[in-house]
Design a binder for this molecule. Structure first.
Ligand code: PLP
Length: 391
């Protein structure tokens, strides 16, 4: 008897619905141009917003750290795995984010699993934007708190949900993505903070797509809206604009002290490697020194989005370098992506369940690593595929 037959059937059904995820392999480092299937293609898929994933200074820092600290920390942070550079990274990130303190973890996903169940539990209510990232959803589930979803970026609905539910709650937390990764829109954080303050709701933002992108030198959404000191919990990732691997939480010292005692992935899973830690430190240093890469990223984004709109494409309601090209039907989006690839442009289609059914799109991720010629090349490819498919 094949006990895993149900998995085979499930995969078959994904293929039939064009929902099967073909995973491409990148043969070499990240960059504006990458090798895929032996073909050099323009990369419009990575979260390498600033080109840090293959940056000379970051690579140098990693190599040095391996010589100085070895390849692995050897234990969980709380037992014997906290090395000097972990503390240096936490200090630098806290300073960069203008926060009191920071705790570094193995990823942004893990950071959400660490912080949400640590600060909420049975009897509490979490207000969660309906489009929040999967790691927030999982963190909420692990917490055993009651989750009340509010309509996307809808502060009036958030307030309504507080009023309806507050009497049954011990404590309340609101959590939102800072920048929503599938549409590129930004959470109305100042209004969320105002409403939350009226009812004593703790505010948490996951700034995975905001840091390196929004705010002064890429300090993120809290800096962008001048809300420093008004958002209790800020989650970040080292795996996107920072170009490396890892995640972190910044906030008041009492929160970070508590997470070092109670954050389960901190207590029961080994921390970042010296190479990752050193590269992340170098990324913060590069950003703190100059906002040149952040500016380049934005000028690329503005240029690319204007050209696409001029050509008649629907880029949704993005407010950031994340550029969705809305196509609607799953099959069309997936065919569009394949044909772009033939034209030398690597831009993945995103479909259900990542976005709602019928809202499939090609998602283009801009980077400071792109040159203007690269973007022109991409626009021409979009036009030629659209003509071919009669869109
Ligand atoms: C990508 C992402 C994460 C996960 O970060 P990793 O460092 O890759 O684990 C978490 N939250 C949001 C909103 C993200 O976009």
């Amino acid at each position: 008897m094949d006990k895993l037959e149900f998995l085979r059937r499930e995969l078959e059904s994904l293929r039939e619905q064009s929902l099967f995820n073909e995973i491409r392999t990148i043969e070499g480092p990240q960059g504006a141009w990458i090798m895929v299937n032996g073909k050099k293609v323009l990369n419009l898929c990575s979260n390498n917003y600033l080109g840090f994933a293959n940056h000379a200074e970051l690579k140098e820092a990693s190599k040095k750290a391996v010589d100085e600290y070895g390849v692995g920390p050897g234990a969980v942070r709380t037992i014997a795995g906290t090395q000097t550079i972990h503390l240096e990274l936490e200090r630098k990130l806290a300073e960069f984010k203008h926060a009191e303190a920071c705790i570094a973890l193995q990823g942004g996903f893990v950071a959400n699993l660490a912080v949400i169940p640590a600060v909420t539990g049975e009897g509490d209510i979490i207000f969660s934007d309906e489009l929040n990232h999967a790691s927030i959803i999982d963190g909420c589930r692990l917490s055993r708190a009651r989750v009340v979803r509010y309509a996307h970026n809808d502060v009036a609905d958030f307030r309504r949900k507080i009023i309806e539910n507050k009497d049954s709650a011990r404590r309340m937390l609101v959590v939102t993505d800072g920048v929503f990764s599938m549409d590129g829109d930004i959470a109305p954080l100042p209004d969320i903070v105002d409403v939350a303050d009226d009812y004593g709701v703790i505010v948490m933002v996951d700034d995975a797509h905001g840091e390196g992108v929004l705010g002064d030198s890429g300090r993120g959404i809290v800096n962008h809206f001048k809300l420093e000191g008004k958002v209790e919990i800020e989650v970040g990732t080292l795996s996107k604009a920072f170009g490396v691997m890892g995640g972190y939480i910044t906030g008041p010292r009492v929160l970070i002290d508590y997470l070092k005692q109670k954050g389960r992935p901190f207590l029961f899973s080994t921390g970042l490697t010296p190479a990752d830690t050193a590269a992340a430190i170098a990324a913060v240093d590069v950003l703190a020194k100059s906002d040149e890469l952040v500016k380049k990223l934005w000028s690329n984004a503005v240029y690319f989005q204007e050209k696409l709109k001029d050509a008649g494409f629907d880029t949704g309601h993005t407010e950031t370098p994340i550029t969705p090209v809305m196509l609607g039907d799953e099959k069309t989006a997936s065919m569009f992506s394949r044909k772009l690839f033939d034209e030398g442009v690597f831009a993945q289609s995103i479909a259900y369940p990542t976005v709602p059914r019928g809202k499939a799109r090609i998602r283009c991720m801009l980077s400071a690593a792109h040159k203007k010629e690269d973007l022109d090349f991409a626009i021409n490819a979009f036009l030629s595929v659209a003509r071919e498919l009669g869109i």
